[in-house]
Design a protein around this ligand. Structure first.
Ligand code: 5U1
Length: 676
């Protein structure tokens, strides 16, 4: 083997160096068992770099030198996931776990279901594509169907193999898992950041997220990120193991990092025992977790259970209770919302809880403050509800100081001095100032500019505050009169960013009817109702002049929503703003309303039946579906809308899962037949 070390044979030497360095990386980052000293690693690395500099043709995709980050990207391109990245249903209590196990046992008719249990990492879900064993792409989850391309950044994660090892390497595989930062690495990074005069990150999750979102992958390369694999998306070329636990073993055999804190158990008792055992060791783990995940172990059983909208029925995330902390309530102030809603907000002494420093939390409404019996001056328990939204849980009565006092709802708006009113049947008090109130104007503008509404990029809250406070705009229509010479005078604007905002306003003029309806900010009219209204009426004029009866014909529009729509369009001020927006060039394609489907119709829907249905034959199911207008196909393709799966469903179910098609059971099929 002497010739491998010879400098006369650079390709062999480079191959040997790559192998040695990759092995050292795996031993260090995955097995946590360093094989060679750092100085030796650095020496081999330097030598490989030199060979590659002298012979660029020898650079391979799996060379460890390719992890150091490359050129600066302008943005992240979208990546459509071939198999959607799902989320998990959540449970918090033992009874949620018992109900999960019962549901599964009943559906599978198996009273002793086998589960794979894992940790729920507090990181970011990513999908890694390997083709013929080679790492080719990494993407974020996004909203599940489309994420962002973060290949250059993920490539810098040392524990990730750039090439899968072993004989059974698939032609294509999407490995799903979590990118995270170990606590020690996080502490070191924050120390470095502060020493460099930069702000530290609040917690390891934020640090991991911030690192993955770097446009310059050379910066990511300096961030100590880790990865654990826990799932699969698209795959081709080799059959995958029968169980989830075997899938993870297979991943590990190919060199992918798989967490070893996992177990295969049976029944609810097994699941809860796993949770308790992890709970006792949680603080000793070197990374943050926020719970555990239970998955039905057998893949064929997973397939039989199918999915509910965005989450699989075969899995449950059991979250640990939110962390709580004590602090002192300094004040209860009120905030004015887009529709004038007055929300009491608790201001308290800063307190670090659940990975973030909290200083305030919404108290929702005056009744809630009374119900919780919280006085200003109290010592209160705070937490992050669902580990995100700050919440005041309760006051410690024993610590109540003598001068603690009750919150009273102001009679007048703190912003515009208009009267605050509370309708007898409403929990919410409202400022009656409407668009006279600058707080409501700001919120309305922000809502209007949101990505899901007119999508005016570059128009954030701070800019809206300035535009309103300096009386440069009053209504959304005024936005379209802005010129860059005005914008550039605001804080935080350069000539270029001012022009960018003007350009994005130009683009935002071309929208869709449903986005425009949503952007108007009509009470109770969210994105989904806006879509239904646009589809139903086809034009804004038709919607604006719709009668009560016509509005009530729209799916999801009941009396409350109907009233809100009628009230909005009856307001002369709102009609003027709409007119101004149209005059400013805001436009959308309009057409005749779409023909309404006859009741009970599944016209245009393609369904595939597979397996034995519990109560009716496949023949009867086919007849019923066809009678409702559905096409019943024999094979699953991208055109399939639903797969109805019964017991012993086979390859069609697996194909549906791979293509991300909605899988329903017989019960849901009956619901479809009734509702559509
Ligand atoms: N450990 C683990 N985390 N996690 C997150 N497994 C796991 N599986 C997931 C997610 C979102 O999803 C699949 C069950 C679809």
């Amino acid at each position: 083997m002497i010739f491998l070390l010879s400098a006369d044979c650079p390709d062999a030497r480079a191959a040997w160096l790559r192998m040695e360095l990759n092995r050292a990386n795996y031993a260090y980052y995955v097995l946590d068992q360093p094989e060679i000293p750092d100085s030796e690693y650095d020496r081999l690395f330097k030598e490989l770099k030199q060979i590659e500099a002298d012979y660029p043709g020898l650079i391979t995709l799996n060379s460890p030198t390719q992890r150091v980050g490359g050129e600066v990207a302008e943005g992240f391109s979208p990546v459509v996931h071939d198999v959607p990245m799902l989320s998990l249903n959540h449970g918090f209590k033992d009874s949620d776990v018992e109900a999960f196990d019962k549901r599964i046992s009943d559906t599978l008719r198996n009273s002793n279901v086998e589960y794979a249990c894992e940790l729920k990492f507090d990181g970011l879900a990513v999908s890694l594509r390997y083709e013929d064993g080679r790492f080719v792409q990494a993407s974020t989850r996004g909203q599940g169907t489309t994420g962002e391309d973060i290949t250059a950044n993920v490539k810098t994660i040392r524990s990730l193999p750039l090439m899968l090892s072993g004989d059974a390497v698939p032609k294509i595989i999407d490995v799903r898992g979590e990118v995270l930062m170990f606590r020690l690495d996080f502490d070191k990074l924050n120390k470095r950041q502060r020493e460099a005069g930069q702000r530290g990150f609040a917690n390891p999750r934020n640090a991991a997220a911030g690192s993955l979102r770097q446009l310059d992958s050379r910066i990511t390369a300096q961030r100590p990120l880790s990865f654990f694999a826990y799932g699969i998306g698209l795959f081709d070329g080799v059959p995958i193991p029968d169980t989830h636990s075997a899938l993870l073993d297979w991943y590990a055999s190919m060199g992918l990092p798989v967490n070893q804190e996992r177990a295969v158990v049976r029944g609810a008792a097994g699941l809860l025992a796993f949770l308790r055992s992890v709970g006792t060791r949680r603080s000793a783990l070197p990374y943050d977790i926020d719970g555990v995940v239970y998955k039905v172990n057998r893949h064929d059983e997973q397939a039989r259970l199918g999915f509910m909208s965005r989450a699989p029925r075969f899995a449950l995330a059991h979250k640990f209770p939110a962390e709580e902390a004590l602090t002192r309530l300094l004040a209860i102030e009120v905030q004015v919302g887009r529709t004038g809603a007055i929300t009491p907000v608790a201001r308290f002494e800063p307190v670090f809880v659940g990975g973030a420093t909290l200083t305030n939390a919404t108290l929702h409404n005056a009744d809630e403050v009374r119900r919780k019996n919280i006085l200003i001056g109290d010592t209160v328990i705070v937490r992050r509800a669902g580990d995100v939204i700050p919440e005041v849980v309760s006051a410690i009565k024993e610590c109540r100081p003598a001068d603690a006092y009750h919150f009273t709802m102001p009679t007048h708006c703190p912003i515009c001095r208009s009267k605050i009113e509370r309708l007898p049947d409403e929990a919410i008090a409202r400022c009656t100032g409407g668009l006279i109130c600058s707080a409501q104007r700001k919120q309305a503008l922000w809502h209007f500019a949101q990505r899901r509404a007119l999508d005016i990029s570059g128009l954030g809250k701070k800019i809206i505050d300035q535009l309103v406070d300096q009386k440069l705009i009053h209504t959304p229509a005024h936005l379209f009169n802005l010129v860059s010479t005005t914008v550039v005078q605001l804080d935080r604007f350069s000539n270029k960013s001012a022009q960018n905002l003007i350009d994005s306003l130009k683009r935002a003029r071309y929208t869709t009817l449903s986005r425009f309806i949503y952007a108007l900010g009509i009470r109770h009219v969210g994105e989904s109702i806006s879509r239904d209204l646009a589809q139903h009426f086809g034009s804004l004029d038709a919607l604006m002049s719709a009668s009560e009866e016509a509005l009530l014909e729209v799916k999801k529009v009941g009396p409350v929503v109907m009233e809100a729509i009628r009230y909005f369009f009856s307001e002369p001020r709102n009609r003027v703003v709409i007119q101004q927006l149209r005059a400013a060039g805001v436009q959308w394609p309009e057409g005749p309303p779409l023909p309404r489907k006859p009741a009970g119709s599944l016209i245009g829907i393609t369904v595939v039946l597979t397996g034995t249905l519990p109560t009716i034959s496949r023949k009867t199911a086919k007849e019923r579906l066809e009678a409702a207008g559905a096409k019943v196909a024999k094979t699953v393709s991208k055109k399939t809308n639903y797969v109805v799966a019964g017991v012993n469903a086979g390859s069609k179910l697996i194909q549906a899962e791979r293509l991300g098609i909605d899988i329903v059971d017989e019960k849901e099929m009956h619901r479809l037949l009734e509702n559509e």
